[in-house]
Ligand binder design. Structure first.
Ligand code: ZN
Length: 228
């Protein structure tokens, strides 16, 4: 049987959301998509970009993989799912922003930082999260270690920065960024608190976009964060 959680959800969509958004779906279906944002997030079921950012159909082109990792550009005979979606978003859709969205208590980052047994003989996760190694080394170099409190959060942040660097290894991304047509951003979602932090490209700090009184900060946190 098809999962009940999906049939029930679809019924709700048919009854409430689709009637409100029917024209949008018709236009998107007839004219194609034209999103401004490519978002690269984690597969984690708790971190659904369309829910967090309250977006409708056609607004964000989304890639989700284990630990929201952007691999460096590799020109080999491998099958590069994430890289192909980045290529499509930048070259065909001409997105204006790429957001790498990390999150708290990320299992993929934990496996990379603390080690984990392979889940199958293929060890697909182990090989994939070995891409986190440069971020681990960055923390090592700063004197950080897994024994210190908050290490995995700092590794989540460091890997977002590493993914932003890896994005720049794609020629077409670098050219678009240098021409000012494309802007790169890092962000981190705290699941328990619902807090979104945005990476300051100048300092590398992740700052909350919501002040303590719940007001959204009217600062450069939400606009103009451009990764050089
Ligand atoms: Zn994750």
């Amino acid at each position: 049987m098809f999962p009940q959680v999906l049939t029930e959800g679809y019924r709700s969509f048919l009854g409430e959301r689709l009637p409100n958004e029917r024209r949008k779906y018709e236009a998107l279906g007839n004219e194609g998509q034209d999103p401004d944002v490519l978002l690269i997030g984690c597969c984690d079921s708790r971190v659904a970009p369309e829910v967090i950012f309250d977006t409708g159909p056609g607004q964000i082109f989304t890639i989700r993989n284990v630990a929201n990792i952007v691999p460096p550009a590799e020109h080999d005979s491998g099958y590069h799912g994430t890289s192909s979606a980045i290529e499509f978003a930048v070259q065909a859709l001409k997105v204006k922003h790429i957001v790498v969205l990390g999150h708290a208590t990320c299992g993929g980052i934990k496996a990379a930082g603390l080690g984990a047994d392979p889940l199958s003989s293929g060890n697909f996760i182990g090989r994939w999260v070995s891409l986190v190694e440069p971020a681990v080394k960055t923390l090592d170099a700063s004197g950080d270690s897994k024994e210190k409190e908050g290490y995995l959060t700092r590794l989540e942040y460091a890997m977002i920065a590493q993914s932003l660097q890896n994005l720049m290894t794609f020629d077409f991304v670098r050219e678009a960024v240098e021409a000012g047509r494309l802007h790169l951003h890092g962000a981190h979602f705290g699941i328990v608190t619902g807090e979104l932090r945005i990476r300051d490209p100048e300092t590398g700090e992740f700052r909350s976009v919501v002040a303590r009184d719940g007001q959204t900060l009217a600062s450069s946190a939400l606009i103009g964060c451009t990764e050089a």
